[in-house]
Design a protein around this ligand. Sequence first.
Ligand SMILES: NC(=O)c1ccc[n+]([C@@H]2O[C@H](COP(=O)([O-])OP(=O)(O)OC[C@H]3O[C@@H](n4cnc5c(N)ncnc54)[C@H](OP(=O)(O)O)[C@@H]3O)[C@@H](O)[C@H]2O)c1
Length: 221
Amino acid sequence: MRIGIVGAGRIGGGIARQLAAAGHEVKLSFSRDAKKLEELARELGGSSGPPAEAVQFAEVIVFSVPWSELPNALEQAGSLAGKIVIDTTNQFGNPPLPPEGDTAAHFNAARMSGATYTKSFNTLTAGFQAQAAGREGERRVVQWLCGDDDSAKRLVSGLIEDAGFVAVDVGGTADCSVMEAPRRPGAVYGEEYRLADAQAVVAALDDGQPIPPTPRYEDGR
Ligand SMILES: NC(=O)c1ccc[n+]([C@@H]2O[C@H](COP(=O)([O-])OP(=O)(O)OC[C@H]3O[C@@H](n4cnc5c(N)ncnc54)[C@H](OP(=O)(O)O)[C@@H]3O)[C@@H](O)[C@H]2O)c1
């Protein structure tokens, strides 16, 4: 697929690297240093350009910029109509911020009107994601996923798989606080999960029960 990356830093650059290695075409955008972006794009066998070009080029757009830069990135991206978005951002930064009781995903989906919004790749550090991508079998690491469109989530689940992880869907954007900061109580943010433990979290949520304690893996990092 054609993937546009808006913000090819630690997280966005890692996703670009993983998806390019899996055979996807990547176009990188939104940097204060066009030369650095060009070099990374060349290394990945992709291309670079302004955000609006990355959006026009791509079927799926990854937004991976600091929270405070998102308004600027969205303005430069232009219309997102008909595109699938993967938002990796967390709400650490300047206003506008989600109002009390709203999720960052729900808040950002409204800021990306016309796009089919999903959120993923936001709960684990960039270093850990880079190190853990591609693990096989029971050690494969979960990327949590939310969104309001099932077919977009199926497609993004495939990309998460291609990036070397396994996707676990926690539901719609309004109900995904479990995958958002802060760390505990009631959130998996910042924690490594594997499939069986992640499915237990989803089952607890479905039953209206507290999520199980943080899993510990002896054969992890
Ligand atoms: N780092 C993590 O461990 C982690 C984990 C999960 C989620 N996240 C979330 O993912 C998002 C991206 O985080 P990140 O750590 O990947 O950020 P990052 O490494 O700082 O990357 C940000 C990207 O935005 C670009 N950018 C363009 N204009 C910018 C400006 N004025 N100020 C700052 N950056 C600008 C940067 O390009 P240039 O530097 O080339 O200008 C860079 O490619 C954030 O919302 C963060 O909360 C981060």
